[in-house]
Design a protein around this ligand. Structure first.
Ligand code: GLN
Length: 187
């Protein structure tokens, strides 16, 4: 499968390593033509305001939104989740793609120094200036913190998490998504 990574800013290499380990052909996406023929796209963590600015500056925001609306499946982590969702507390002039029917609060767990790790379903999950999903709409909730806060959602063939599976050497969440794209049952 050919999987793109939105390669404007953020944790691009970490996702590339995971996808290559899982046997994908990876394409870094910077220009509209890079979207052609993809089976899915990863939107990495980083800083959603910067991603937004760069995507608009590169003329990529609209073609990316159109591709996602036409069914290109996405896998988002942290800033990637924010960029795919609606934001309750956007930075001034911040825009998002708003293709996932969920609402998030940016930096819901504090600043960089408040970063933490928690086991979710027995696996380590790292939260770095992470967003919380405050309204999941008709998306399915697939990850919660111990206190019940929503940190992972699935909607159709899109999944997005507040944390960074790619930072922990985890491949299982990418793998589940890829399996779903291939039409296999998710585990
Ligand atoms: N707080 C960042 C944002 O608003 C996300 C942080 C991250 O991706 N680790 O985009």
């Amino acid at each position: 499968m050919v999987i793109g990574i939105l390669a404007l800013q953020g944790g691009i290499e970490e996702h590339r390593a995971v996808l290559e380990r899982l046997g994908c052909q990876v394409r870094l996406v910077r220009f509209p033509t890079d979207l052609e023929g993809l089976d899915g796209i990863v939107i990495p963590g980083g800083e959603s305001t910067v991603m937004d600015k760069l995507a608009r500056a590169f003329g990529l925001a609209e073609p990316l939104r159109d591709a996602l609306k036409s069914g290109l499946p996405a896998f988002g982590t942290c800033a990637g989740l924010i960029y795919l969702a609606e934001v309750e507390n956007p930075a001034p002039a911040q825009q998002t793609l708003a293709v996932l029917p969920v609402r998030v609060r940016r930096n819901a767990f504090g600043t960089q120094k408040d970063s933490f790790e928690q086991l979710i379903d027995g696996q380590p999950a790292t939260f770095i200036r992470a967003p919380e999903v405050v309204a999941a709409g008709d998306a399915e909730v697939i990850a919660r913190l111990a206190d019940g806060r929503i940190v992972g959602v699935r909607h159709g063939r899109n999944v997005a998490y507040s944390f960074h599976p790619e930072e922990n050497g985890r491949t299982d969440l990418h793998e589940q998504w890829l399996r779903n794209l291939r039409g296999e049952k998710h585990v």
